[in-house]
Ligand binder design. Sequence first.
Ligand code: ZN
Length: 253
Amino acid sequence: MFALVDNRLLRMTGHLLKEGYYDKAVLPVGATEYHGEHLPFGTDSLVSESLAEAVSQRVDGMLCLPTLPFGMSRHYSSFPIALTLSTGTLTSVLKEIMESLNQHGMKRLLIINGHDGNIPAIEAAAREYRTDHPEMKVAVLEAWWVTASELLPKGTFDAWEGLGHGGEGETSIMLRVAPQLVNMSRARGHIPNLPEHVQVKWLFKEIAPDGVTGDPTKATSEKGILMWQALVDELVDFVQKMDKSGWEIDLPK
Ligand SMILES: [Zn+2]
């Protein structure tokens, strides 16, 4: 069922908030950083926002919070222009958003993250905040680019399992989310040869001469539609299950 009212907090009056019944919120967390010559700087914000809006329209009582457009992008900052917070600042921002919601009785939060550099801050904020405030329930879609590839049949992607910053998967989903902002004629990338089981902590310029990893030339809107839909369906199903259980952490079988 689709919500009849606009459930985005930035567009809502106090009256509409009071009239609606909102028992949970979704927070898209993005970034503003270079995504190659073919994708916009707001890619990570636009994708997480699009997923959050779609999910919150399909479940009951979910408020869509404003997208956080700044993330931790220091490792991407050799390419202009990255507007970056430190992990410490981002952790504080997220904890204070959780505290604000909790104060207003909104104790169920889904975070949809759009950017790899935000993962440590989201993890720290959720762990630390919940230790002191266990009544606040926090769920996170940490890396949609990995989840999408897990949800779709093997062989959906042509290169590097669709991964990469500005790569096949991200470019495809942008062709679903905001095709007018994608310039495929400028798409080019590089697939770095990275160790399989141990992470090397790269600076982005060390693995991406053009500021893009993966192969965006393999991106299509068909793949993007599949990714976007699989993620939205999975999140809707997740929220509905959580609602049924009262957001218990250990879901009944
Ligand atoms: Zn990105």
